[in-house]
Design a protein around this ligand. Sequence first.
Ligand code: AHR
Length: 329
Amino acid sequence: MTKKFFTIVLILLFIVPFTAFVGCGHETRGVKCSPHCTYNDMVVGFIQTGSEGGWRTANTASFKETAQQLGINLNFYDAQNKLENQVSAFRNFIADPKVNVIILAALETTGWEDVLKEAKVAGKIVVLEDRRIDAAENLYAIYIGSDFTEEGRKAGREMITLLNDSTKKNVVELVGNVGSSAAKDRGTGFREAIDGSGIVITESQTANWSATEGKDVMAAFLKKSKDIQAVFAQNDEMGMGAALAIKEAGLKPGVDIKIITVDGTAGAFKGMIAGEINTVIECNPLLAPQVYEAALKALNGDALPKWVPSHEGVFYQKDAEAILPTRKY
Ligand code: AHR
């Protein structure tokens, strides 16, 4: 009896921890197929932010369509832009023995350490898509998404060009959901780029990525003062909403008040063709093929970089008509 007890203790102390770390990159404990998993072995729990606009719709479609093409079993969860929904969905996926990969598009950068630790103990592979978080790098396999700070810098540089001939350079900013990496980093990059340029951010307020809120916030800004030369909208929807408010105030968007947005949805291209949006900074939502490929590598214990940033450009009014038919979202 005692001998048997000590044998079990020895197994628990040495053999189980060892098998948990087999593979050069990631823990693959509990993943029976590793290191020969295929997409058919992948059971994904995907936690989306919500469905706040064209970018998000394209991002969701990318994950659903690619999962179908590759034969991945996808459990999709729409958190309806509520952090508490994201956290409880995360815990449900941890508790589900079939789920071996959890993909997260985090609404906020903070508040993830505990669930990530729980996921690690449960042997789940965690991949961050779209949004970075503030958590120890060893708690997730990889982050695949845009360099939001660089997007903000690009917007800032384009704003300097747009307002080059203007003696007054008052800019208002429409911010995404304030706790998100996209909103924080775009704001930081924008401020970095306009520093010393004479541009003044006279107002900055969240409109939660929404066209309706973008319109309301812009209308409130214009009520306070019409001395605004440009809008930096951190996404297309808020910029399109701002254009409506500008028109209702009797001014011409894109002319009297310039507009720069981020994303590159068809809606923003149409806004550029109409002359209402001046410049669009690209943010790529079609991340699924890269994310699933990385998740598969992680399942098989392969080493991965911690961040793969997307390659993105800038779109101008003059090219919008020619480019629009080639856009995928
Ligand atoms: O994280 C990317 C951002 O999230 C997009 O710019 C915005 O439209 C979306 O909701």
